[in-house]
Design a protein around this ligand. Structure first.
Ligand code: HEM
Length: 501
């Protein structure tokens, strides 16, 4: 015991010296304890709340040690805009989980030239399907595909039952994503789809259970089992992805023209072919491998589903609690739209859009953002930030800042509107649910379209209410927090709205 204590002395002295010298160049923040840093202050269900108190105590740029790792927290939108446009701030956080485990494949964990190729491809694909300034024709085609999933969802709903919308939501949004990524939709009882879904759910759980090893490296021995299972789940999912990729590969005709459905996989295979034809040994050709395509597809699906599903689930909760807001949205639908809500209705449904924004402000899908990492030593507003530091854009705190929002704790969609007729949205520069800068969410428009179509058509057809057992539901409880913020399960009752032309 005593000897153990002695061996710790140099470590603690070194820690103390290191922290003193770092204090001159790093932003202010709590000192934390040796080995664990500030970890003991963190509630694993709401880590963002501790970071928010640090930001309140130390200012818009602060530091926290989590275990042995340095985190910089930023809660000023102008500073984020200024620095997230610079390549040196656009690496990914040096967290083993989940970023290193992806070995730099995909898009979310990718860095450098490989990221640039893949990002350019993905952004162009989004434009080709009508997002990010693409053509109206492409957008209408994509909307029709999204709508067939929405119609299927509405047709399956039943009145007057205490139902959970969780499963049908996962099915609907999941199939919207499957359609755009793979050019196919799975039936709810398809065993391959059920298996992929359960592997994904299990993967998120395993990741959560192993997270402490990110911060205290010697814990990785204890969580190895979880990590192995996580990696095994990815491998098994990729077997199914590769089956679909091979199917799409077989849809090139004798002239080398792709004849399959418009989807990310189809476009990727076309680009892969062209690049390999030009120079099979180039960096770009290496970047466009089949393995990369599996990871990219997984990233688009993973980044798209939880964020969107959670936002819809929070929205339904707020609609159940605020009957008056639900009625106002329905009045707009009744007075300004036809029997089906389409994207053309968006300008007429400003209040619904403002409501969705307000839900995303109160319950951001990713409250701590997706952390960035510094790729070299960099200056930041007079501080010097070492290479390999994790940067957290703390969306949670930004959304609750009094200097950005009047009465930030009050739920008020009107803050996003210019006038009471619900027609004109008020731009809010400090509202950044998709982050800012070079890595800003590539699926922003697609996500907002899915949420709008889903909620618009749900509310067109049904009134949603809490089932009696959920009348005392706690909206501020965040079980199993792992990256995204999702609510506790709940049941709703649906009451059919009348038909109108
Ligand atoms: C409510 C919906 C969504 C929210 C709130 C959201 C939020 C975010 C945020 C905060 C980031 C981090 C950006 C950064 O690192 O600077 C991100 C990245 C990303 N999002 Fe989304 N997202 C949503 C929907 C989607 C959808 C529907 C897709 C795909 C169809 C998608 C695909 C991605 C991808 C691939 C990245 C990584 C970008 C990169 O590293 O270059 N997201 N998202």
């Amino acid at each position: 015991m005593f000897l153990g204590g002695l061996t710790l002395v140099p470590f603690v002295l070194n820690w103390s010296f290191q922290r003193q010298s770092e204090g001159k160049t790093l932003p202010p923040g709590p000192r934390g304890l040796p080995i664990v840093g500030s970890l003991l202050h963190i509630d694993p269900e709401k880590p963002f709340e501790y970071f928010e108190t640090v930001a309140q105590d130390y200012g818009p740029i602060s530091k926290v040690y989590m275990g042995s790792k340095l985190f910089i927290i930023i809660t000023d939108v102008d500073i984020l805009r200024k620095y997230f446009g610079k390549p040196a701030f656009c690496g990914r956080a040096p967290l083993d989980l989940p970023f290193k485990i992806m070995e730099g494949y995909g898009l979310i964990a990718a860095e450098g030239e490989h990221w640039a190729y893949q990002r350019q491809f993905t952004a162009k694909f989004m434009k080709d399907v009508g997002m990010r300034g693409g053509t109206t024709h492409a957008k209408m085609e994509m909307e029709e595909r999204l709508m067939s999933s929405v119609r299927y969802f509405i047709a399956k709903l039943q009145e007057d039952e205490a139902v959970s919308l969780d499963e049908p939501l996962q099915q609907t949004i999941g199939n919207m994503l499957n359609d755009i990524i793979f050019g196919l939709r799975y039936g709810p009882s398809d065993s391959r789809w059920q298996r992929i879904q359960s592997l994904r759910e299990n993967g998120v759980k395993r990741l959560k259970m192993s997270q402490a090893a990110n911060l205290i490296p010697f814990l990785s021995h204890f969580v190895q089992g979880h990590l192995d299972e996580f990696s095994q789940g990815i491998k098994e999912t990729h077997v199914e992805y590769q089956r679909v990729i091979d199917m799409r590969k077989s849809e090139f005709d004798d002239r080398g023209e792709y004849q399959g459905p418009k989807c990310l996989v189809g476009d990727y295979l076309k680009v892969q072919k062209e690049i390999r034809f030009k120079n099979p040994f180039s960096e770009e050709a290496r970047s466009f491998s089949d393995k990369q395509l599996c990871y990219l597809a997984g990233d688009i699906f993973g980044a798209g589903i939880d964020t969107t599903v959670n936002t819809i689930q929070w929205s339904i909760l707020y609609l159940c609690r605020r009957g008056r807001i639900q009625e106002e949205i329905y009045e707009d639908i009744k007075n300004r739209c036809g029997s089906e809500i389409t994207l053309q209705d968006r300008p007429n449904l400003g209040y619904l859009v403002a409501f969705i924004n307000e839900v995303m402000r109160m319950k951001p899908a990713v409250p701590m953002g997706v952390p960035h990492g510094t790729t070299e030593e960099v200056p930041l507003e007079g501080y010097t930030i070492p290479k390999g530091t994790t940067i957290i854009p703390l969306i949670w705190a930004i959304n609750g800042e009094e200097r950005y929002w009047r009465s930030p704790t009050v739920f008020s969609p009107n803050r996003f509107l210019n006038n009471p007729d619900h027609m004109e949205l008020r731009p809010q520069d400090h509202f950044i649910p998709f982050q800012v800068g070079k890595r800003r969410c590539v699926g922003e428009e697609f996500g907002m379209d899915m949420i709008f179509l889903f909620l618009g058509n749900l509310l067109r057809n049904y009134e949603v209410m809490f089932s009696p057992q959920d009348l005392y539901y706690d909206i501020n409880c965040y079980p199993d927090f792992a990256f995204t913020l999702h609510p506790m399960p709940y049941l709703v009752q649906l009451v059919k709205r009348p038909a109108f032309d």
